[in-house]
Design a protein around this ligand. Structure first.
Ligand code: ADP
Length: 162
Protein backbone atom coordinates (compact mmCIF):
# COMPACT_ATOMS: atom_id res chain seq x y z
CA UNK A 1 0.00 0.00 0.00
CA UNK A 2 1.18 3.52 -0.76
CA UNK A 3 2.38 5.26 2.36
CA UNK A 4 0.86 8.71 2.74
CA UNK A 5 2.34 11.60 4.73
CA UNK A 6 0.53 14.81 5.61
CA UNK A 7 2.58 18.01 5.61
CA UNK A 8 0.61 20.61 7.56
CA UNK A 9 1.39 24.30 7.83
CA UNK A 10 0.40 27.83 6.99
CA UNK A 11 2.56 28.12 3.86
CA UNK A 12 2.22 31.91 3.74
CA UNK A 13 3.80 31.62 1.21
CA UNK A 14 5.41 28.31 0.24
CA UNK A 15 9.22 28.59 0.06
CA UNK A 16 11.98 26.49 -1.46
CA UNK A 17 12.58 25.14 2.05
CA UNK A 18 9.09 23.61 2.07
CA UNK A 19 9.62 22.20 -1.44
CA UNK A 20 12.99 20.74 -0.41
CA UNK A 21 11.26 18.90 2.41
CA UNK A 22 8.50 17.54 0.16
CA UNK A 23 11.10 16.24 -2.30
CA UNK A 24 12.99 14.45 0.45
CA UNK A 25 9.81 12.94 1.85
CA UNK A 26 8.76 11.63 -1.57
CA UNK A 27 11.83 9.37 -1.46
CA UNK A 28 10.32 7.58 1.52
CA UNK A 29 6.55 8.00 1.13
CA UNK A 30 4.47 7.29 -1.96
CA UNK A 31 2.35 10.39 -1.45
CA UNK A 32 2.68 13.71 0.35
CA UNK A 33 -0.41 15.83 0.97
CA UNK A 34 0.44 19.44 1.73
CA UNK A 35 -2.31 20.47 4.12
CA UNK A 36 -2.85 24.20 4.35
CA UNK A 37 -4.32 25.58 7.56
CA UNK A 38 -6.30 28.83 7.31
CA UNK A 39 -4.33 30.20 10.35
CA UNK A 40 -6.52 33.30 10.69
CA UNK A 41 -4.85 34.17 13.98
CA UNK A 42 -1.56 34.67 12.17
CA UNK A 43 -3.22 37.15 9.79
CA UNK A 44 -1.72 35.64 6.65
CA UNK A 45 -0.56 37.85 3.77
CA UNK A 46 -2.05 35.48 1.20
CA UNK A 47 -5.63 34.16 1.35
CA UNK A 48 -6.11 30.43 1.63
CA UNK A 49 -7.11 30.31 -2.07
CA UNK A 50 -3.97 32.20 -3.06
CA UNK A 51 -1.77 29.91 -0.95
CA UNK A 52 -3.37 26.79 -2.45
CA UNK A 53 -2.87 28.15 -5.97
CA UNK A 54 0.77 29.04 -5.39
CA UNK A 55 1.49 25.60 -3.94
CA UNK A 56 -0.34 23.83 -6.77
CA UNK A 57 1.75 25.70 -9.31
CA UNK A 58 4.99 25.04 -7.39
CA UNK A 59 4.55 21.27 -7.05
CA UNK A 60 3.35 20.56 -10.60
CA UNK A 61 6.45 18.53 -11.38
CA UNK A 62 6.55 16.60 -8.11
CA UNK A 63 4.95 13.24 -8.72
CA UNK A 64 3.07 12.07 -5.64
CA UNK A 65 2.59 15.53 -4.11
CA UNK A 66 -0.76 17.27 -3.84
CA UNK A 67 -2.29 20.11 -1.87
CA UNK A 68 -5.49 20.56 0.13
CA UNK A 69 -6.94 22.94 2.68
CA UNK A 70 -7.80 21.51 6.08
CA UNK A 71 -9.71 22.56 9.16
CA UNK A 72 -10.06 21.10 12.60
CA UNK A 73 -7.93 18.60 14.43
CA UNK A 74 -4.86 17.55 12.44
CA UNK A 75 -4.89 13.91 13.58
CA UNK A 76 -8.54 13.54 12.51
CA UNK A 77 -7.75 15.01 9.12
CA UNK A 78 -4.70 12.71 8.80
CA UNK A 79 -6.84 9.67 9.60
CA UNK A 80 -9.48 10.72 7.07
CA UNK A 81 -6.75 10.70 4.41
CA UNK A 82 -5.40 7.31 5.58
CA UNK A 83 -2.11 8.99 6.37
CA UNK A 84 0.34 7.24 8.68
CA UNK A 85 2.61 10.21 9.29
CA UNK A 86 2.71 13.93 9.93
CA UNK A 87 5.71 15.62 8.35
CA UNK A 88 7.34 18.63 9.98
CA UNK A 89 10.55 20.46 9.26
CA UNK A 90 13.33 21.11 11.72
CA UNK A 91 15.53 24.01 10.87
CA UNK A 92 17.43 25.37 13.82
CA UNK A 93 17.28 24.37 17.48
CA UNK A 94 14.67 27.10 17.92
CA UNK A 95 12.07 24.94 16.13
CA UNK A 96 12.61 22.02 18.45
CA UNK A 97 10.65 22.78 21.59
CA UNK A 98 7.46 23.82 19.86
CA UNK A 99 7.65 20.89 17.45
CA UNK A 100 8.25 18.40 20.28
CA UNK A 101 5.23 19.73 22.17
CA UNK A 102 3.04 19.41 19.14
CA UNK A 103 4.31 15.95 18.21
CA UNK A 104 3.65 14.64 21.71
CA UNK A 105 0.18 16.17 21.82
CA UNK A 106 -0.68 14.65 18.45
CA UNK A 107 0.61 11.27 19.62
CA UNK A 108 -1.60 11.52 22.66
CA UNK A 109 -4.58 12.25 20.45
CA UNK A 110 -3.79 9.42 18.04
CA UNK A 111 -0.95 7.02 18.83
CA UNK A 112 -1.13 5.42 15.37
CA UNK A 113 0.13 8.47 13.54
CA UNK A 114 3.86 9.18 13.75
CA UNK A 115 5.42 12.62 13.40
CA UNK A 116 8.40 12.54 11.07
CA UNK A 117 10.97 15.35 11.11
CA UNK A 118 13.09 16.21 8.12
CA UNK A 119 15.96 18.66 7.77
CA UNK A 120 16.22 20.85 4.71
CA UNK A 121 19.31 21.50 2.65
CA UNK A 122 21.76 23.82 4.47
CA UNK A 123 20.93 26.77 2.23
CA UNK A 124 17.32 26.75 3.48
CA UNK A 125 18.09 26.19 7.14
CA UNK A 126 17.41 29.79 8.08
CA UNK A 127 14.63 30.39 5.58
CA UNK A 128 11.18 31.25 6.90
CA UNK A 129 8.03 32.51 5.18
CA UNK A 130 8.08 35.45 7.59
CA UNK A 131 11.56 36.49 6.51
CA UNK A 132 10.69 36.18 2.84
CA UNK A 133 7.67 38.47 3.33
CA UNK A 134 9.72 40.99 5.25
CA UNK A 135 12.45 41.17 2.62
CA UNK A 136 9.93 41.36 -0.23
CA UNK A 137 7.95 44.10 1.53
CA UNK A 138 11.02 46.34 1.42
CA UNK A 139 11.72 45.53 -2.20
CA UNK A 140 14.51 43.03 -1.55
CA UNK A 141 15.22 40.14 -3.90
CA UNK A 142 13.85 36.74 -2.89
CA UNK A 143 14.98 34.94 -6.04
CA UNK A 144 16.23 31.46 -5.25
CA UNK A 145 14.37 31.37 -1.95
CA UNK A 146 10.87 30.84 -3.34
CA UNK A 147 9.39 29.38 -6.54
CA UNK A 148 9.07 31.86 -9.43
CA UNK A 149 5.26 32.05 -9.07
CA UNK A 150 5.65 33.08 -5.45
CA UNK A 151 8.26 35.67 -6.39
CA UNK A 152 5.75 37.20 -8.82
CA UNK A 153 2.90 37.02 -6.32
CA UNK A 154 5.01 38.83 -3.72
CA UNK A 155 5.93 41.46 -6.28
CA UNK A 156 2.22 42.01 -6.97
CA UNK A 157 1.34 42.19 -3.28
CA UNK A 158 4.01 44.72 -2.50
CA UNK A 159 4.06 46.36 -5.94
CA UNK A 160 7.81 45.94 -6.13
CA UNK A 161 9.41 47.58 -9.13
CA UNK A 162 11.47 45.05 -11.06
P1 ADP B 1 3.38 26.65 10.69
O1 ADP B 1 2.48 27.83 10.74
O2 ADP B 1 2.71 25.35 11.00
O3 ADP B 1 4.70 26.81 11.41
P2 ADP B 1 4.85 26.92 8.22
O4 ADP B 1 4.23 27.06 6.89
O5 ADP B 1 5.63 28.08 8.73
O6 ADP B 1 3.66 26.52 9.15
O7 ADP B 1 5.77 25.64 8.27
C1 ADP B 1 5.27 24.35 8.05
C2 ADP B 1 6.35 23.35 8.39
O8 ADP B 1 7.43 23.52 7.48
C3 ADP B 1 6.95 23.48 9.79
O9 ADP B 1 7.23 22.19 10.28
C4 ADP B 1 8.23 24.23 9.56
O10 ADP B 1 9.19 23.91 10.54
C5 ADP B 1 8.63 23.70 8.20
N1 ADP B 1 9.48 24.64 7.48
C6 ADP B 1 9.26 25.93 7.22
N2 ADP B 1 10.28 26.50 6.55
C7 ADP B 1 11.20 25.50 6.38
C8 ADP B 1 12.49 25.44 5.79
N3 ADP B 1 13.09 26.51 5.28
N4 ADP B 1 13.11 24.25 5.81
C9 ADP B 1 12.53 23.18 6.37
N5 ADP B 1 11.34 23.17 6.96
C10 ADP B 1 10.67 24.31 6.97
Amino acid sequence: MRKIAIYPGTFDPITNGHIDLVQRTLKIFGEVIIAVAPSQKKEPLFTIEERLGLIEESIKKLKGARVEAFNGLLVDYARSRKSIAILRGLRAVSDFEYELQMALMNRRLNANIETVFMMPSEEYTFLTSTMVKEVASFGGAVKGLVPAVVENALRDKFKIKS
